[in-house]
Design a protein around this ligand. Structure first.
Ligand code: CO8
Length: 261
């Protein structure tokens, strides 16, 4: 696929995916969503050496300012609201379930679908100029790309309810205080901090990382018994070469040498 709205570069086996519609504050249109899914489903899994993925926005004003509101004009003719929401939810689920760390480097507005996108990532780094919010009720809609679910998971029901009902926009420090942002860094340092975290994770067992991601996610799957899921994922990790290497390295008092394969 030729990417038009995503800019994808690789440095030291880390993919940097930049939403590249700066004039529209990187708003997510259908083409961008399609490209995002293609990247996570087709291109990224082929790259065995990939350590993780960083998502960020072009320019210094926005991560992603939301779903592309201009496309809403076609709603209920080309696609229903439910269909549109499902398409975005499915896309973000692919990110949440990606077996390697996905970190959002939030360098400006993360509103509506942009906040929902950041929440689908495993970790969020906020630049100090970042702004988060779910302003959908201003438009007569609700968060439809997973926001009513993931915001509750991250900040709790009371605060999620308030943010969604008031459409308040919060700054990076407030997002950090609430647990929505993992770290706040000076503007411009978001990708560097995300890189540092992915590099740290890359020294660990890839099998254990993938099992940890899916096991933590299982906590939020209503039909799944998270404890059973965790036991199965634990079992999977014990059958790996990584487990043998990790334990042997400990006993031999050396650093484990895990291999991505
Ligand atoms: N969609 C489309 N275009 C956008 C968007 C957007 N979400 N946000 C900004 N833009 C465009 C503007 O239209 C403008 O374009 P142009 O120059 O052609 O007029 C350009 O970006 C710059 O924006 P502004 O001039 O408005 O810049 P300001 O600095 O004055 O304001 C704001 C910045 C506050 C971020 C403002 O642009 C804004 O409020 N944007 C909309 C934010 C928003 O409401 N986001 C939520 C969208 S709804 C959503 O995400 C729902 C997700 C779930 C969908 C479920 C399926 C139905």
């Amino acid at each position: 696929m030729t990417y038009e709205n995503l800019l994808i570069t690789y440095t030291n086996d880390i993919a940097l995916v930049t939403f590249n519609r700066e004039k529209a504050l990187n708003a997510l249109n259908s083409k961008t969503l399609e490209e995002l899914v293609h990247f996570f489903k087709k291109d990224a899994p082929k790259n065995i050496q990939l350590k993780g993925v960083i998502l960020t926005g072009a320019g210094n004003r926005a991560f992603v300012a939301g779903a592309d509101i201009k496309e809403f004009l076609n709603l209920n003719t080309e696609i229903t609201g439910g269909g549109l929401a499902k398409r975005g939810q499915d896309a973000f689920m692919v990110i949440e379930k990606f077996p390697k760390p996905v970190v959002a480097a939030v360098n400006g507005f993360a509103l509506g679908g942009g906040c929902e996108l950041a929440m689908a990532c495993h970790i969020r780094i906020a630049g100090e100029t970042a702004k988060f919010g779910q302003p959908e009720v201003n438009l007569g809609i609700i968060p439809g790309y997973g926001g009513t679910q993931r915001l509750v998971q991250l900040v709790g029901k009371g605060k999620a309810m308030e943010l969604i009902l008031t459409a308040d926009i919060i700054d990076a420090n407030e997002a950090h205080r609430l647990g929505l942002a993992n770290h706040v860094v000076p503007a411009g340092q978001e990708v560097a901090k995300a890189t540092e975290i992915i590099e740290k994770i890359a020294t660990k067992s890839p099998v254990a990382i993938a099992c940890s991601i899916k096991s933590v996610n299982s906590n939020f799957e209503k039909k799944v018994d998270g404890y059973k899921f965790e036991a199965a994922a634990f079992n999977e990790s014990t059958l790996s070469k990584d487990f043998k290497e990790g334990v042997t390295a400990f006993i031999e008092k050396r650093k484990a040498n895990f291999v991505r394969e």
